[in-house]
Design a protein around this ligand. Structure first.
Ligand code: SF4
Length: 353
């Protein structure tokens, strides 16, 4: 897949009060980097089969909330407009509300639109947190939920008693005005492909956006094979067999999901197909791990130690210059399924999605 090389380093007028050099952050392929995913912990209260081993006692790494707040401020000054807080499970993090509150005060450098702050959570702790997160300035919420029946749900999360808590979390998020709530379902052959049709009805009955995600080789157990992937073509065929899909336009150029509704317009389905239909050409994402490493791609073989630079006394300008240099090396795309493909240096729970 050829990557289009775009002109780089076009100066853009900084908005008043914004800091930084007036040049939007772009990678070496000319792609504007506007989305930052930040893991605030790699601890989790679930043990999902496509992500973590079942073992307890794993080593965890977190930074003080103030460290993330400073790094976020620097990234926003470089042109980041969307911040997604992830984990592990971010709602386990003490100080999360303070981080959301502080981040919501930041102003994007190149647009008048407010900073878009989202969280991806497994929903287990959400019922009690939805309103405080909304009040702190959270814009949107995505809940990872891989089944709409308690047995399959527990078989995947390997933690009993979570299903009803997550349902309550969805309702609390809707009541708090964090809708439309998105539900991310990772499809794993042999575990939950049976949930496809039921999730389509769930989208309609619960007024949520259900997004199916192809299983990616990012799990700790190294169980991924091409056969474990339920490809987009199969998902579409199964849904069309029950209720014809109608394609919807993307919300923006770098949207990862293909969007659909049904003939009557009730319900919305998204399909994120990084394995069978890669979308790297418009990638606008970079990541910060819970131990403060910059990752230029989900499938990077290396990390770049931003927290270390900061803790050694770097100024905000030093960090900006350093980040600009690092993203020049951002990978053009992933190479899943190609000869020589190497699984990334970290598993999903230690990257943050
Ligand atoms: S695989 Fe890497 S380059 Fe491709 S969309 Fe994901 S983060 Fe971007």
């Amino acid at each position: 897949m050829a990557t289009t090389l775009l002109p780089i380093l076009e100066a853009e007028p900084l908005l008043s009060g914004a800091t930084g050099s007036g040049v939007r952050l772009r990678d070496g392929h000319g792609r504007a980097l506007t989305d930052l995913r930040v893991s605030v912990t790699d601890r989790c209260n679930y043990k999902c089969v496509y992500c973590r081993t079942g073992n307890d006692g794993a080593q965890y790494s977190e930074l003080p909330i103030a460290a993330y707040a400073r790094m976020l401020r620097v990234f926003v000054s470089l042109g980041i407009e969307k911040i997604r807080l992830t984990g592990g499970e971010p709602l386990l993090r003490t100080g999360l509300l303070e981080l959301v509150r502080e981040t919501a005060e930041l102003r994007p450098a190149f647009t008048d639109a407010p900073l878009d702050i989202a969280i991806t959570t497994n929903g287990h702790l959400l019922a009690g947190m939805a309103q405080p997160l909304k009040d702190a300035g959270l814009s949107r919420i995505t809940i990872s939920m891989d089944a709409v029946d308690p047995e399959t749900f527990t078989r995947i999360t390997r933690v009993p008693g979570g299903f009803e808590r997550v349902r309550a979390g969805i309702r609390a998020a809707q009541d708090a005005g964090l809708g439309p709530v998105k539900i991310n379902c990772v499809l794993l052959r042999g575990f939950n492909e049976s949930q496809i049709e039921a999730f389509a009805e769930f989208s309609r009955s619960e007024r949520v956006i259900v997004r199916f995600i192809e299983f990616m080789p990012l799990e700790e157990d190294r169980t991924w094979t091409p056969e474990t992937v339920v490809p987009m073509s199969e998902i579409v065929a199964r849904l069309n067999a029950v209720r014809p899909l109608v394609a919807l336009p993307p919300n923006h150029a770098s949207e990862t999901a293909r969007r659909f509704t049904f003939e009557d317009g009730v319900g919305e389905i998204g399909i994120i197909a990084p394995v069978s239909e890669p979308f790297c050409g418009h990638c606008s994402r970079i990541r910060l791990t819970s131990d403060g490493k910059l990752r230029t791609c989900l499938f990077s073989q290396t990390d770049h130690d931003l927290a270390g630079l900061m803790l050694r006394g770097a100024s905000d300008d030093d960090m900006r210059d350093w980040i600009r240099g690092m993203v020049q090396q951002k990978e053009a795309r992933h190479h899943i399924g190609e000869p020589g493909f190497l699984k990334p240096s970290r598993s999903m729970v230690h990257i943050g999605g």
